[in-house]
Design a binder for this molecule. Sequence first.
Ligand code: HEM
Length: 468
Amino acid sequence: VERNQRTTGRGSSNVAKPAARQLEPSALGSKSLLGILALLRSDPLEMLRRALREPEDILRLRAGPETLYLLKRPEHIRHALVDNARNYEKPRRMIAALRMILGNGLVTSEGSFWLRQRRLAQPAFHRSNLASFAKAMAAATEHMLDGWMPAVDQQRPFDVAEEMSALTLRIISETVIGESLEDDVRRMGRAVKTANTYVHERGFSLFPLPRRLPTSKNRLFRRETAALDDIIYRIIEKKRAHPNGSLDLVTMLMGAKDAETGESMSDEQLRDEVMTIFVAGHETTATALSWTFYLLSKHPEVERRLRTDVSTVLAGRLPELEDLQRLPVLDQVIKESMRLYPPVWILGRSALAPDEVGGVALPRGCIVIMSPYLTHRLPELWDNPEGFDPSRFVPEGTRERPRFAYYPFGGGARQCIGDSFAMMEAQLILATVLRRVHLSLAPWQRVEPEPLITLRPRYGMAMLASMN
Ligand code: HEM
């Protein structure tokens, strides 16, 4: 098979370029293109693993009414997310499904509206503001660990994936939203999980049933999102009644005024942004942590070293932001875990006008898909791609790789707004947990990634904890 040309898409304009190639649909080892469609829906990770083995850098896949182009290489991904990002928007169908829960918040909006909201929200995620969150992150983790103690005494396993979800949700509400949701945390966690599955199913289904039909799934979704709305509108109402001038996101957004009209945000708009942060900002980090604990349990030598480092540096204290510099392996372990199990495993864009990437013609309206799960395993970029080796992320190693060899947070203008928040949070949680306990996987636990909106452990992550 002819290899696609490896151009960066930024060739000099006075050199005559060869005409872009039209790609034939790839069957990825299936006997038929219908087989591929079935695979895309039933086992997308297997589809990605097969795509990884194909010699072409760009694959064309037909999925029902849509034509997908899968980009594998960093420079092609950079083309879609950065160099020619103006030609792309998030795919309408995917966004329509997400809007059912997120409304028109940062993740789902486009154009000038998105830009305005992004500018308003940015200061809440600024490094200087993040430092003030460190204490709350470590304290919430310590509180969770106290709750683990009966299970530790009785040698009873518990689901670390659920624990991480509840913890990151609590942290998001206390820090970014500025509200402690003591009683509502588990309720919200459950609602977000239901919504996640429902939205994913609709996003991937070719013929979703109308939302108004009283099917049990539709009813459950409506009930759970109504419960979420209820909690969020309560927060907004309370903050409007008692403004306290704090730097949390809701207060900042509430105080923001449109430069031209002088109007401030409606309750509905605030609801959309708060819901977006709740959903985008907790399951992702929780997933990254669940996989990290799993990988550490499979690599006891790395775990032992990290636990020793943590206890030496902390000497019995809770971790603070400054400690992270002296514990660089925390960052490396989390990055390596997100290389193998990127919480956001696929990104999609649709082309507004015809384009060309790597010598291949992309028609107007096609969907371009990029998968960190796949690119993070390209053998020409990563030695022993399936192996867990945090030392890949020592600063020298990181500098040697091209941008978009590694992109768990996406890139370009739509790069994750919470990336620094998430990295700081994950490191503080990991240090606080390792300071007190050692975790091992329950012997019967089946482990498999489930590619929903985030790449969750399909059967949960039952683990046993013992005191250090
Ligand atoms: C390990 C944790 C996280 C991962 C892997 C992750 C990943 C991502 C990725 C890949 C995108 C880009 C999606 C695209 O371009 O299609 C994104 C966007 C976003 N993320 Fe995260 N995220 C994480 C944590 C967070 C946190 C903690 C927050 C908030 C507190 C957050 C809020 C957002 C928002 C609001 C967007 C949309 C940004 C925009 O389009 O302007 N994320 N995230």
